[in-house]
Design a protein around this ligand. Sequence first.
Ligand SMILES: [Cu+2]
Length: 463
Amino acid sequence: MLSRRGFLAGTLAAGAASQLRAQSSDEARTVLRIERRDIEVNGKSASVLCVRQPDGTPGITTKIGKPFHVRLENHIEEPSLIHWHGLTPPWQQDGVPEVSAPAILPGGSADYDFPLRIGGTYWMHSHYGLQEQLLLAAPLIIQDGSEKADRQDIILMLSDFSFTPPARIYADLRSRQPSMMNMQGLAMAPVKSKPDLNDVNYDALLANGRTLKDPEVVKVEKGGRVRLRIINASSMSAYHIDLGKLAGDLIAVDGIPVQKVRGNSFPIPVSQRLDIELTIPKTAAAHPVLAVLEGERSQTGIVLLAGSGRLPRLSSQARMASPPLTLDLERTLRAVEPLADRKADRTHVINLTGAMQGYQWSLNDVVWNKDVPPLEIAEGERVELVLTNRTMMPHPMHLHGHSFQVVAIDGSRFAGAIRDTVLVPPKTTVVIAFDANNPGWWSFHCHLLYHLHAGMFTTLRYV
Ligand SMILES: [Cu+2]
């Protein structure tokens, strides 16, 4: 039995120790600040948002096995909240206002603590209102130990930029007369109908915050190896990555390894990531890595410069318009570590829907509001979601808190890529499967910002 003195001394010691622990854990905490900043686009200045460390580093690069130990501070004049896209935290730390946690008020902060068990290329972005359109996004890289000293890691983050305030863009979309092609494809789709690709006309497409008039130039070694970590942080724009004369090996999608696919052109829908390995030729040269907007000629990109190669003049317009994105690549992707073979315990059919009037995007014809009941699932189940696009626009569908496997496209089953966002083109059915192994209240939605904002969003819940 402890004497009172011994007990007190023990309590004090424990108190001091826990205080010390708290101090040292605060020291180890990475601070991220949501801040306003000015950028220049096409010679004009614009006030946008960002999430960066006190030394100006955008986002975070960390290591697998280290805890995600972050204090997020809100230094802007409105509430905000950041979603850790592709990570699988406890649901209360997922960063979706009204679902996982309240938004952080101006001047406030929130702490995040969870283990990082999977490496890869992820990102972070605001899930509050339309802030993502103001570039409130940043890379979130988790090194998994496969990084090699002789291989250079290069991040390429894509964004779409408009001088028009996002609320105005949204109001214009809602008041626009729907075209015959738009929205409700099924009822009226003539045989030759084309998908409807780009709702918003942007003033610029950015790669690491810059246009091709003044692109980022990254020095690379002649004959060296490079790993491109490409993040499509755009609000509404999908691209074809064009490696020009270089051939690359696609080694991971949405952070998760796939069996290598060699190529020089790869599609990237909104919010997806591509990890591509390149070998730089041994001669001095400049190698542009371009991203061409789906269905258009507009492009952006960076330049890899080997030796004293001359910088080429790059046009912000490709020679030819690019085609719509397809699932041709998706069909060929195979996860390095697929899900265990298992029958679904539960299947939810989710139609991607839209109404003719007023830019109403929905799931199963339900426009999201807080009273919409969550989709039911139970812990331990293998769940399949059958996603059928009944509209004339492609929708990149994103599940929070879990990685899923693409297991069927239009009735053909296969053990496809494991990822967190899948593109569902018009008139297409994609089935995704995941194990319900992270209980909580999770979001599932279209990642096109204005579709999400209009209500193409629902939740799954098992707590
Ligand atoms: Cu959508």
